[in-house]
Design a protein around this ligand. Structure first.
Ligand code: CMC
Length: 423
């Protein structure tokens, strides 16, 4: 085992080194404070590993993403979302029997308690569906309270994956003033989502197989991304032994931000704005480069990927195919491609290694599928849920300690209190 050493004010500290299964190297500073009194500082956690994890591997320089060792390209092309969810949760591809049972459980648990429908009535019609989703997922804990001594969380994991579609589509139906549509047991996972989203009681609805295939691939591409902001949030909350619903609800809130999952909504709004402004995409590239202008090219850049985002590569190709199959001609796709071309050749973006990320093309696809813009981040949540759950499970199955970072205090030094009249 190799080690690292740190020299601080003339004192040397030996630090153990951890090597991952893909050769990644981490310096373990866990005992540094006890030995030296000092901590390490890394705002934004650029060089900090919060845990060891066996779920997802990313090589940002090479544009590699693998779930449990399986390349994302193979899973997106050949698997389906439910199978990938099992893989993330339990570490291996399921046997035919395991998959059959898992699918049946997801069907069996797809309804929500009838009383929960009343919660939806209380929200204003223009409520953002991410706010509703986060609140509803946390509310599930009131129906399925966790025992402190529960050995397996598998039932609640199934409940969450099954019910998240129902909660998401109810939020949408509420926002457009249509009756909520119950899940149908004869439909598989993604088809059932489309049914609850788009069916109306007065007409027959048959989910389009092109949409079902595209949705499976989109959800697979979003299913996990190791220690991103929302997953770290889920682990952080879970580390306090908060229940699974509260932990996932916190992850949904973290995902909502425009620098994270909220970027897919922001990308579409940006493309629409460029089109409404006359379509001069070069002007907006200039604005994104101007440090005095707060504008950023949404859907560009990534903390980890510094070459290309493999998910964006898959989605770019997929959006061409799906739009052609659906017969959709979206001018926003043209703007997106032109924007991408200009940015990829521009010194500002090249030198900072800013490339299109997963959110750049996912919105175009969701739009072609008829999903409204404010539901895009909800779609991301449905996709990311198995990843969050796999991390929560990994954390709780280990003997993890509560997450509790330190800080460097920069405020006032000790001083005496003076009563208000004496100030
Ligand atoms: N447009 C213009 N400039 C940018 C952009 C952008 N989209 N992203 C980064 N930069 C510049 C930034 O101004 C900085 O320049 P300088 O070094 O001159 O100060 C440099 O690139 C590094 O940026 P950073 O903000 O320090 O990078 P970060 O790793 O902290 O942030 C990011 C990563 C994804 C938050 C950021 O690139 C961004 O805001 N992108 C737009 C939002 C977005 O698309 N988010 C979705 C991420 S992928 C889905 C997910 O996993 O959440």
């Amino acid at each position: 085992m190799s080690s690292a050493s740190l020299s601080l004010d003339g004192n040397n500290f030996e630090l153990p080194v951890i090597t991952g299964s893909e050769g990644e190297v981490g310096v373990d500073i866990g005992k540094l404070r006890a030995q030296s009194g000092a901590i390490t500082v890394d705002p934004g956690f650029t060089s900090t590993g919060a845990c060891e994890s066996a779920i997802t591997f990313i090589d940002g320089e090479k544009g590699i993403l693998r779930y449990r060792g399986y390349p994302i390209e193979q899973l997106a092309e050949e698997s389906d979302f439910v199978e990938v969810a099992w893989l993330l949760l339990y570490g291996e591809l399921p046997t035919a029997e395991q998959l059959k049972v898992f699918r049946a459980k997801l069907t069996y648990h797809s309804m929500i308690h009838e009383d929960m429908k009343k919660f939806f009535e209380g929200f204003p019609n223009n409520a953002h569906p991410m706010a509703i989703l986060s609140a509803m997922v946390c509310s599930l804990s009131t129906y399925y309270p966790e025992s402190e001594y529960e050995e397996t969380h598998d039932d609640n994991i199934v409940r969450l994956i099954a019910k998240v579609r129902t909660l998401a589509t109810y939020a949408y139906k509420k926002s457009i003033g249509q009756p909520m549509i119950y899940p149908q047991n004869g439909l598989p996972y993604c088809a059932n989502f489309l049914h609850m989203m788009f069916a109306v009681p007065t007409e027959e609805y048959t989910p389009n197989p092109v949409l079902v295939k595209a949705l499976n691939a989109l959800l697979i591409l979003h299913a996990d991304h190791e220690q991103n902001c929302s997953t770290s949030t889920v682990r952080m909350v879970g580390s306090s032994r908060a229940n699974i619903f509260a932990s996932i609800s916190a992850g949904i809130s973290a995902l909502w931000g425009p620098l994270h999952g909220g970027a897919n909504q922001a990308v579409l709004e940006m493309l629409q704005m460029i089109q409404d402004d006359g379509g001069d995409y070069k002007k907006w590239v200039q604005k994104a480069k101007d440090k005095d202008d707060g504008f950023r090219l949404m859907g560009f850049g990534h903390r980890v990927y510094k070459n290309f985002d493999p998910r964006a590569t898959i989605l770019r190709k997929m959006s061409d195919e799906v739009l052609a199959e659906l017969g959709v001609n979206d001018p926003l796709l043209e703007i997106a491609k032109n924007l991408e071309q200009v940015a990829l050749e521009d010194e500002y973006f090249v030198s900072r290694k800013l490339y299109p990320n997963v959110d750049f093309y996912s919105g175009i696809l969701y739009r072609a599928m008829g999903i409204p813009t404010n539901m895009f981040t909800v779609m991301f949540s449905i996709g990311r849920l198995p990843g969050w759950l796999a991390h929560w499970k990994e954390l709780r199955d280990s003997d993890s300690r509560i997450y509790r970072p330190r800080q460097i205090y920069t405020g006032a030094q000790a001083r005496d209190y003076t009563p208000v009249g004496a100030r």
